[in-house]
Structures are given as structure tokens and as C-alpha cells.
Design a protein around this ligand. Structure first.
Ligand SMILES: *[C@@H]1O[C@H](CO)[C@@H](O)[C@H](O)[C@H]1NC(C)=O
Ligand SMILES: *[C@@H]1O[C@H](CO)[C@@H](O)[C@H](O)[C@H]1NC(C)=O
Length: 392
């Protein structure tokens, strides 16, 4: 009984062994047919992976554009495995003055053969060059050499890639994100103007769907004049999002959580450009707040506080922290302080608010006379940063 069963199963096995080559052949033919058959019914969605395409457009509009560009090359390119960088430098402007370093693995330098404003260069690369298939990316960031950045607080060094702070907001519901949003109007004439909240040029981010919308709207075309470029590449980009019911996003402290679809918000900041000196509700944006700031030669000449701040951060990043290096012993304040002190010394004692000065000092100095207080201020208080005021 047992033997019979054994013999039968042995016979089954040998039959199976004879069939095996045919089974294998069948499987191979099936696989070949499956892969070679045109999959017309399967939508040809290329596996759009979660990676970000960052496109930097350089344009020589100002001497500081070169410094902005070089800053980005030093601090903007992150090799994190989920981003690709394309640096567009029009063939027309490339010169020995613009030394291009060997590009990192995830970066390519491209020479657009066209002469457009920055967003037009980005459009040429994305939609005309044939060098890229945008549908392979999930997020897009485009930047211009009019801004310097990224500036990040040092406690975030190495903790995240700067562009995540833009693309994160896309995941949270905004469809167009930039460093700053302004409600300032674009004025054509006494009667024609555009006025609504808009993400300002310099750095912008969107997702694949947003990119399609912007392309459709002509945002990425090669605009001919400055005004046309402002209208299309800046105002129109936000207008299409708002019209389609999508929110805008920025890095500004004041505007976190604002729903820009609510038209009661459209007079934001009294319709003044918040990136201008002192115009951000009476103060100025900070490089560590908005990450990218506009720097033109004229801003450097006039020593605009925002620009001074950004350049100071940059030089601190540059300073050598090596043993023996004395970079951190300088203080730019002292140069102007002596001049300021000389002016204060020339003022009359009656003008000095000694009561205010004494009250702001520790209790044991309550007995000071006004001349003693003024003398202390000139000798020590000023350089100690003590609070003071003058009546005249
Ligand atoms: C995702 O896109 C990047 C950028 O083009 C590419 O290098 C990478 O191979 C892609 N990954 C997949 C899984 O398709
Ligand atoms: C920082 O260093 C770079 C490279 O040496 C230099 O080009 C740039 O001017 C420096 N920036 C500042 C603000 O010192």
C-alpha cells in the first residue's frame, strides 16, 4: 500500500519534470508578450517621483547679480538625493568674470540661446529646450540672480534642505509659494493698475499641476519689456492661482495662516511693498525670516539696513573660525560710534535728558547730578549701549 503510493507519486514527479521546460517556455513567452505589447489602455504617467527641480536663472542686470549668483553656488546647492539643479547662464553674458566651478553631481550649467527675462529663461529650459521632462518631478523652484540667499539660522545647518521650506507649504494647501507676498499695485498709467496679493519674483515654487497652470497663462514666455515681465511673470502667476481658488504662501512671519482668497486681505500692509526699507509694518523683513533678499548695487551704496544685515550674515559665514584667525574680533559699529560720539559731545548739557538716564541706571547712581550723568554717558554709557535721549 505504502509502496504503491510511493511509486505513484514518483511517476507524477517525473511527468512534472517533463512538463517543466514547457511551463518555463510558456512563462517566458507570457512575459515577453506582456512587456512588448503596446499598453495603450494604461495611461502613460511617467513615475513622477517626489523630487524637486530647482532652476536658477542668471541675468547680468547689476554688478550685485554676480555676487548673488556666486552666493547661490556656494550656499544654495544641496546634495540631498531628492533635488536637481539647473543653472541657466545665457551664452551672451558668460565671460571670464563669471567663473563657473565644476558642477556638483546633481547640477548642470545650461546656456540658453535666448535673451529673455529670468522667468522666460526658465520657461525656455522647461518647455522648449528638449533637455528635461518636467513630469518626472513633483516640485519646481525657480530663482533669479536679483536676490541673495538662502539665508538660514545656523541652528538649522544640516537639519533640512532650504527648498523644503517652500515645498512644505505646497503640501499644506498653497499652490504658489515665494519668499514674500506684496499687495502693492502694478501701475500702468493714471487709470490702469493691477492690485491683488502676489508672490514676488526672485524665488517661487509650485507643484506639477501649478506648473501647467502657469505655463497655460503665459507666465513662462519670453517677455519683451520690464513692465510686461512684471505683469506676466509676477502678477499673472498669482492671479491665476487666486482665480482658480488656490492659496498663495510666503515665509513672512506676518502672513502665516492668511487665506489670500479672502478679498478682505487684499489691502495687506497698506498696499506697500514690504521688502522696501522700513515698509514692513514699520520695520524691515530680515534675511533669516524670508531667506532670500533683493540686493542691487544701489542698495549697497545707500547702505539699506536689510541689505547691510544680509551682507553681514554673509561675511560672518565667510569668516575663518580656524585657530589663530582674528576675523571675529572686528566690530563695524565702532567706526561709526566714534563719529556719533563726537557729535553727541558737541551737544549742550541742557539737551541731555539726565533724569531719563539716571532712572534707567542701577539704584546706587540715583544721587548723580546732571553734569555727572552726562559725563558718565560720554565716557562710558554710550559705548555700553545704555538707553539715553536728548531733548534738543
Ligand atoms: C527621480 O528623478 C530624478 C531627477 O530626474 C532622477 O535622477 C531619479 O532617477 C528619479 N527616480 C526615479 C525612481 O524615477
Ligand atoms: C564671501 O566670500 C566670497 C568668496 O571668497 C566673496 O566673493 C564674497 O565677496 C564674500 N562676501 C562677503 C560679504 O564678504
Amino acid at each position: 500500500m505504502l509502496r504503491g503510493k510511493h511509486r505513484r507519486s514518483a511517476a507524477d514527479r517525473s511527468a512534472l519534470q517533463q512538463l517543466l521546460p514547457y511551463l518555463a517556455l510558456g512563462l517566458i513567452i507570457f512575459c515577453l508578450l506582456y512587456f512588448l505589447w503596446p499598453h495603450s489602455s494604461v495611461p502613460s504617467t511617467p513615475s513622477s517621483n517626489q523630487s524637486t527641480l530647482i532652476i536658477y536663472a542668471f541675468r547680468y542686470t547689476d554688478p550685485e547679480a554676480v555676487n548673488n549668483f556666486q552666493y547661490f553656488l556656494r550656499h544654495g546647492i544641496v546634495q540631498d538625493g531628492s533635488s536637481q539643479y539647473r543653472i541657466l547662464v545665457p551664452a551672451l553674458v558668460e565671460s571670464e568674470a563669471l567663473e563657473l566651478p565644476p558642477p556638483p553631481a546633481n547640477t548642470k550649467f545650461i546656456k540658453p540661446p535666448v535673451n529673455c527675462f529670468e522667468t522666460g529663461l526658465v520657461g525656455w529650459y522647461l518647455f522648449q529646450s528638449g533637455l528635461v521632462d518636467p513630469s518626472r518631478f513633483s516640485h519646481f523652484v525657480w530663482l533669479t540672480s536679483a536676490v541673495r540667499g538662502p539665508f538660514l539660522p545656523p541652528y538649522l545647518d544640516g537639519a533640512l534642505s532650504w527648498y523644503h521650506l517652500f515645498t512644505k507649504q505646497l503640501a499644506l494647501g498653497a499652490r504658489l509659494v515665494g519668499a514674500t507676498i506684496s499687495c502693492a499695485p502694478l501701475i500702468y498709467s493714471d487709470t490702469v493698475q493691477l492690485q491683488f496679493p502676489h508672490v514676488q519674483q526672485g524665488v517661487m515654487a509650485t507643484d506639477l499641476k501649478g506648473l501647467g497652470m502657469l505655463k497655460q497663462e503665459g507666465v513662462f514666455e519670453c517677455h519683451r519689456t520690464w513692465l510686461e515681465n512684471q505683469r506676466q511673470a509676477e502678477y499673472q502667476a498669482s492671479e491665476v492661482m487666486l482665480r482658480s481658488g488656490y492659496n498663495l504662501g510666503s515665509l513672512m512671519r506676518r502672513y502665516q495662516g492668511v487665506n489670500w482668497l479672502d478679498t478682505s486681505k487684499w489691502d495687506c500692509n497698506s498696499r506697500l511693498d514690504p521688502t522696501q526699507d522700513g515698509l514692513y509694518d514699520g520695520t524691515s523683513v530680515n534675511p533669516l525670516e524670508v531667506m532670500f533678499v533683493r540686493i542691487h548695487h544701489a542698495h549697497v551704496v545707500t547702505d539699506q539696513p536689510l541689505v547691510r544685515q544680509a551682507m553681514r550674515y554673509e561675511s560672518w559665514q565667510n569668516e575663518s573660525k580656524a585657530p589663530g584667525a582674528t576675523d571675529i574680533s572686528s566690530n563695524a559699529w565702532t567706526a561709526s560710534a566714534n563719529k556719533q560720539l563726537a557729535q553727541l559731545r558737541a551737544k549742550r548739557l541742557e539737551c541731555f535728558d539726565s533724569e531719563f538716564y539716571i532712572n534707567a541706571s542701577p539704584l546706587e547712581f540715583k544721587g548723580w547730578t546732571p553734569p555727572q550723568a552726562f559725563d558718565h554717558f560720554l565716557k562710558m554709557g554710550f559705548k555700553e549701549g545704555r538707553p539715553y535721549q536728548f531733548h534738543c
